[in-house]
Design a protein. Structure first.
Length: 320
């Protein structure tokens, strides 16, 4: 019986240097030593019979899975886990990525698309308002805005969120696990009998959403000494971690978000961003649910600065 590789007729693209597990003894084709193509080169190629470099489907699969599973292994022990990649969580990640390139930071985001509620300014309008002094965060990030005196306006919320996201994802010590939900918290009993949060329990979000209609689908875990929870106040998983603290009797009850009052809400959220229980820092709109703070509606300065504060709180743990 001929070896499997002899059964294939199409030419193989150059394979990765990692030896094939399957025992195929396929020899990689000579790598094309052409200089890297430029877009200008393309133009003349359309006519000459444009052609992509050859590939084998398994190479795509291996390129994705090798990296993903290496990341899962690397971040199984993280220094900080951020739950929720909305404007607050991403702002915290940005500050941490800048301040501590030595720390491993995992971001767990339930949605396929990170960014939370910050893709539009309010009622599906594009522009995003931030009250001063949050313009300092926009300048640090490099997002242009129009100055209206006591507040500034970013012409499209997506400009803020996409810039923030691109900066966060470019940090080599930060890994975003999107389409992944935190569905529980890892806890430890401390010597004085109190409880400390010591990591998160995760699953594919689609699995988390179907625990009630499928047999047991156990989760995965990430150990970390510090969790920053910024899961927002609404949405299918809104305020997840603080609701879990109530159901595990770590806090008595939720204060419940109050009505809209921009001036009161934004000051309160930034001031109160803190470690709610040992090991768990809460910021952004999730905090309004635990403290009973007002909501602020379509203004995002508190989200950015709550993220800045949450990062500072987290770094205290690593300074002690
Ligand atoms: O944008 P959000 O919802 O949360 P924040 O706090 O970053 O920003 C809130 C802000 O968008 C507002 O609500 C504005 C200011 N309006 C205020 C008002 O008065 O209406 O992002 C939370 C993220 C989302 O992307 C969720 O998908 C994600 O957290 N998430 C989770 N990810 C993983 N595991 C979970 N259990 C989970 N729960 C939520």
């Amino acid at each position: 019986m001929a070896p499997p590789s002899a059964l294939y007729t199409e030419p193989f693209a150059p394979l990765d240097s990692v030896p094939l597990k399957s025992g195929f003894d396929v020899k990689p084709l000579p790598v094309d030593s052409n200089k890297p193509q430029t877009l200008e080169d393309m133009a003349e190629k359309w006519e000459q019979g444009f052609k992509f470099a050859p590939i084998r489907e398994s190479q795509v699969s291996r390129a994705m899975t090798r990296r993903y599973f290496t990341d899962l292994d690397t971040y199984a022990e993280s220094d900080i886990v951020i739950v929720g990649a909305g404007s607050c969580g991403l702002s915290a990640a940005y500050m941490l990525g800048k301040a501590r390139p030595d720390l491993k930071i995992a971001i767990i985001e339930a949605s396929v698309s990170p960014g939370g509620g910050a893709w539009l300014g309010g009622q599906l309008f594009s522009a995003m308002v931030m009250r001063k002094p949050a313009d300092a965060f926009l300048r640090d990030l490099g997002v242009p805005f129009e100055d209206e005196g006591d507040f500034v306006v970013v012409k499209h919320a997506a400009l803020f969120t996409s810039t923030l996201l691109s900066k966060v994802l470019s940090f080599p010590n930060i890994k975003l696990f999107n389409a992944t939900a935190v569905e529980d918290l890892i806890t430890r009993q401390t010597s004085d009998g109190s409880l400390r949060i010591a990591g998160v329990v995760t699953n594919w979000t689609l699995v988390t959403m179907h625990h009630d209609d499928q047999s047991c689908m156990d989760p995965n875990t990430i150990n970390a000494p510090v969790i920053i929870s910024t899961t927002g106040h609404d949405g299918p998983f809104g305020a997840f971690c603080v609701k879990r603290l109530v159901s595990m009797q770590q806090i008595e009850k939720l204060g419940g978000m109050r009505g809209l009052d921009m001036n009161t809400a934004e000051d309160a959220i930034v001031k109160r961003t803190r470690e709610v229980v040992p090991g768990l820092i809460v910021g952004g709109m999730e905090l309004s649910e635990v403290d009973g703070a007002n909501r602020m509606g379509p203004t995002f300065g508190a989200m950015a600065l709550s993220g800045v504060k949450a990062a500072e709180e987290a770094l205290k743990v690593f300074e002690e």
